[in-house]
Design a protein around this ligand. Structure first.
Ligand code: FNR
Length: 383
């Protein structure tokens, strides 16, 4: 494997190896992409406090998320169409996460099904559910997650309607890819990717087959979303999922203190401060900028996690020091997967782990559980 020293190295390799319609799908945000950009750039406004002459031996990044032991508080976020970035990508990512000792979250919109991932892993993973109107389908999906021994469900609440990404429409994104002269020409230059894809039959949405026949591309996906997704979703319905599931439940997509309070009231196990990686409400604040207000509102009532914009262990440390108990990476591991399959996901996790561990030491800390605002310089008015 080439020498990858940071996530950006993996990103560059991923872009070279993957057909344009799939890297554009991951590399874009909605509309002007303001929130997508600020998710990463806002981390730069927070500075770290260097400490010296502190005993750094016996350091650990070990911690817990929703009561589960993790090698570091960094989970893999749900990412749709992962199996088009690399053949059987969900299985590869889940296996890398399992070996590393961090949670893997499988998306409803995955190519490999819940059962495929369960068959190829040995430890429980988490399953992300989108909220569809169809109660029977929702119950079946939740039952499938139970049968697969998932240890938590992650209910994504920020996608009642779909944000628009211009690139996907222009590329005619679809799974499997539509064969146009342009897509064929592009795929022909991505030979290792194409050879891998030919070796698997998993090339369409594994979890929604049956419910969403014919959903392959953005136009059919947005029509299906408009028809199938629950536009009238409210907190009672989220509480109903909690009752059906009966296990650990995380709500993903909280960006307002009022919503965080409602989630805490219904007794969820964790909330994820997330703007969907800048793919939904363009113009929303970055997640890291939103975190302090949400910590003030519910930090003592519910476990708070964060995603959107994390590209390094330094970013993870900043989120933890501002109070998050856990973080997630979406694109950072997708780059690794597209660059080098399972080994690339492992490499992404190793890079982030090393950065987190070393940065923690340079901040004079030996345990992720002791991080706090004392490690940071946060500009006035941030958040
Ligand atoms: C996502 N995200 C996402 N979220 C979700 O709940 N279900 C999904 O199917 C998807 N699909 C998806 C595809 C792609 C390509 C991306 C990049 C993201 C959002 C994801 O879970 C997470 O919130 C973001 O990826 C976090 O931002 P970063 O880490 O990518 O900056």
């Amino acid at each position: 494997m080439p020498v990858y020293t940071n996530i950006e190295d993996l990103r560059r390799r991923y872009v070279r190896r993957t057909p344009k319609m799939f890297y554009d799908y991951a590399e874009s945000g909605s509309w002007t992409e303001q929130t997508f950009r600020e998710n990463t750039s806002d981390f730069q406004h927070i500075h770290l406090k260097q400490r010296v002459a502190v005993d750094m031996s016996g350091r650990t990044t070990r911690n817990q998320m929703i009561g589960e032991d993790v090698a570091m508080p960094v989970a893999l976020a749900p990412v749709g169409l992962t199996g088009m970035q690399s053949a059987d990508g969900e299985i590869k990512a889940a296996r890398a996460a399992e070996k590393f000792g961090v949670p893997y979250t499988l998306s409803t919109m995955s190519i490999c099904s819940i059962e495929d991932v369960a068959e190829h892993t040995t430890k429980p993973f988490w399953f992300q559910v989108y909220t569809l109107k169809d109660d029977d389908f929702m119950r079946r999906l939740i039952e499938r997650a139970r049968a697969a021994k998932c240890s938590a469900i992650v209910v994504t609440v920020d996608l009642q309607v779909l944000g628009q990404r211009h690139k996907d429409i222009k590329n005619g994104l679809s799974a499997p890819p539509k064969l146009t002269p342009r897509s064929i020409a592009n795929m022909a230059t991505k030979i290792p990717w194409g050879l891998e894809m030919l070796q698997t039959k998993r090339r369409s949405f594994g979890n929604i087959v049956g419910h969403a026949k014919g959903v392959t591309d953005p136009s059919s996906l947005s029509t299906w979303t408009a028809e199938a997704f629950d536009v009238s979703l409210d907190w009672n319905r989220i509480a109903q999922f909690k009752e059906w599931w009966g296990g650990k439940l995380i709500v993903k997509g909280i960006m307002a203190p009022e919503d965080a309070r409602r989630a805490a009231e219904i007794g969820v196990d964790a909330i994820i401060v997330s703007n969907h990686g800048g793919r939904q409400l363009d113009g929303a604040m970055s997640s890291i900028r939103m975190l302090p207000a949400i910590m003030d509102a519910v930090g003592d009532k519910v476990e708070v996690h964060l995603d959107s914009g994390i590209r390094s262990g330094q970013d993870v440390l900043k989120a933890l020091a501002l109070g998050a108990k856990g973080t997630y990476i979406g694109r950072a591991y997708t780059y690794g997967l597209g660059a080098a399959g399972e080994a690339g996901v492992t490499r992404a996790l190793e890079i982030i782990h090393k950065e987190l561990d070393t940065t923690m030491a340079l901040c004079g800390e030996t345990d992720t559980r002791n991080l706090g605002e004392h490690n940071l310089y946060v500009p006035q008015g941030f958040g």
